[in-house]
Ligand binder design. Sequence first.
Ligand code: GH3
Ligand code: MG
Ligand code: MG
Length: 350
Amino acid sequence: MPEAPSQLLIRSVSALSSEKPNSASAISDELAPQRTDEASEPSGETFKVLVADDSAVYRKLLQQTLSSDYSILMARSAEEALKLFESERPSLVITDWVMPDMTGIELCQRIRSNGRAPYTYIILLTTIAEKENVVKGLTAGADDYLTKPFHQEELLARVRVGCRLMELHRQLEAKNRLLEELALTDPLTKLPNRRAIEDWARRQLSGAARHGFPFWVVLVDLDHFKRVNDTYGHDAGDLVLQRFAEILKLNTRLSDICGRIGGEEFLQVLTYADEPSIRMVVERVRKQFAAEPFSFAGESIKVPASFGVAGFQGRTPPPFSELVTQADAALYRAKNAGRNCSEIVSSRQI
Ligand code: GH3
Ligand code: MG
Ligand code: MG
């Protein structure tokens, strides 16, 4: 069972705000955007440099030139280099042009064809200095080239340029990931927002149809919440929303998801559970929250919530929005029934 969408999101937002990651919302590897961070070295660490050269003399020379500043991986052939590249994910590759099993050009192309790998800076080291070959090398994906025999200081300077670019690249990737994650997070509760839930739920809903497991949508709306704001102020209201988010998270499995979709409205998606279990979970959250005392302006108050639930189990899934509409209708009935209660549209009726 895949995990829910915002583990990545919650984890890194939590890391930023030094909060503990929450287990209740989690992103599935399958569902998460492609992550390229795992393999790259954390900033500030020694850069790994992979050297591919069939000449023992040049390997020795490169080792001497670079080993005091970089962590060096040595490959005597292109195949060996590819293996080391896969397992070590170096930041920078220095490759010879002519090797017995594969040219440096082909090695460049093989490295670049791995779309999932983080970017790697490639320097081609060659005795073939004609301009058309230099063009060929750069076109194949090399970032720079140096001719043999190389000048040690020049090589070091060019490797530093490469590392600088790799560091910038890494920072940019980290910022992009963070922006992507923030775009899916509700800033007040740190729960996934509407977009994050919808993205996850649509995929999960087709999985429910394919594998035949039940899929439930729980819509929650706090009762007379406006009064909290009007009586005790907006900050008091915010605290109530945050507490409700905590309770909802604690009652959401790793494989499910919950989030805030609007002002005082929350949505939870529950899977792999039959109707009695869903009733139990929903009622547990409702009772727990309704019993939660809040102290504002010297007064102790309680803020209940109403719940509307709709479920699906079958081979042809409705659009997710249709389930939300049904849950909303059930919520409306719960409000009309006096609030602080839950209404369920059974999955069998759909
Ligand atoms: P009902 O039981 O019918 O749902 O009544 P209600 O008062 O909860 O519903 P209503 O829609 O009238 O009011 C919702 C309130 O939620 C109004 C709005 O000011 C407040 N609200 C929306 N977003 C936030 C927020 O981020 N923080 C705070 N503190 N209040 C918010
Ligand atoms: Mg509302
Ligand atoms: Mg309300």
